[in-house]
Design a protein around this ligand. Structure first.
Ligand code: IPE
Ligand code: IPE
Ligand code: MG
Length: 260
């Protein structure tokens, strides 16, 4: 397996003054946005798609390389059946409507998560969309659908074991990383959750180890270009230390000074 140099940002310190290379978002608060307007919850999901389109465009404009959004968690199956099937239809409809435009904008789409559980037409549409955009380079846009951070780690373990039958020792982080669903990109620099809750809800558990966390009360359907800029600005004011001291960071210490 070829090792990509940028795999773990816990080893090389990205410059926080820059625009984050990878932004991961929990798009939360759709239901509450709709309820506040006396509309059915699903109206919030429809409006949420508009926010996502604006955020994708703005990531392109700002030169963000990776955008990963949580669209449906492995726990969201617990919702009322009508809401779940509405979300599936909306995913399909939006993907069908937007994929050509995304392709023309040089966006590469990936879906991470246990998609096998989806209906066949949706699985096929995902595969077609991924194939169509496979050579695009402007933005790596990833949708986490039927995704769970614990599932991701367990899935990686199982794949590793299948590839290395009988191996009982020597499983390292480096050995496991290529099997994780975000193996193709750097870990998120900036994590954003809208909707006021301050939890991870089983999103990218492994990959968020050293991400800068940003929580906002803004509900996802209200989130857009300016709100994203605010989050990026907050990120740019942070000092990322990755276990080192402030002085070391100021002196430009990197992995070569690690004693571990
Ligand atoms: C996030 O909004 C969208 C999904 C989980 C699919 P919610 O539907 O969770 O909205 P709230 O949190 O109930 O307001
Ligand atoms: C997290 O939001 C999942 C998505 C945004 C897809 P939830 O609304 O499902 O999270 P909890 O249940 O409040 O933690
Ligand atoms: Mg929610």
């Amino acid at each position: 397996m070829v090792r990509l140099p940028f795999l773990s940002s816990t080893r090389s310190v990205p410059d926080a003054a820059k625009v984050p290379r990878h932004i991961a978002i929990i798009m939360d608060g759709n239901g509450r946005w709709a309820r506040k307007r006396l509309m059915p919850r699903v109206a919030g999901h429809v409006k949420g798609v508009e926010s996502l389109k604006e955020v994708i465009r703005h990531c392109l404009d700002r030169g963000v390389e990776y955008l990963t959004v949580f669209a449906f968690s492995s726990e969201n199956w617990r919702r009322p059946q009508e809401e779940v099937s509405f979300l599936m239809q909306l995913f399909m409809k939006s993907l069908r409507a937007e994929i050509e435009r995304m392709h023309r904008s040089n966006i590469r789409l990936r879906v991470i998560g246990d998609v096998e559980r989806f209906d066949k037409p949706l699985i096929e549409l995902i595969e077609e969309s991924e194939t169509l955009t496979a050579n695009n380079t402007a933005l790596n846009f990833t949708v986490a659908a039927n995704y769970g951070g614990r599932w991701d780690i367990m899935n990686a373990m199982q794949k590793f074991m299948a590839d290395h039958p009988g191996v009982t020792t020597g499983l390292t982080e480096d050995a496991l990383e290529p099997y994780l669903s975000m193996h193709f990109g750097p870990e998120p620099d900036l994590f954003i959750r809208t909707g006021g809750e301050t939890r991870i809800s089983n999103f990218l558990l492994w990959q968020l180890a050293y991400s800068e966390l940003y929580f906002t009360e803004k509900l996802w359907p209200e989130f857009g270009r300016d709100a994203l800029d605010e989050a990026i600005l907050s990120y740019q004011q942070r000092e990322r230390r990755f276990g080192r001291t402030s002085e070391q960071v100021a002196a430009g210490a990197d992995s070569s000074t690690d004693h571990a």
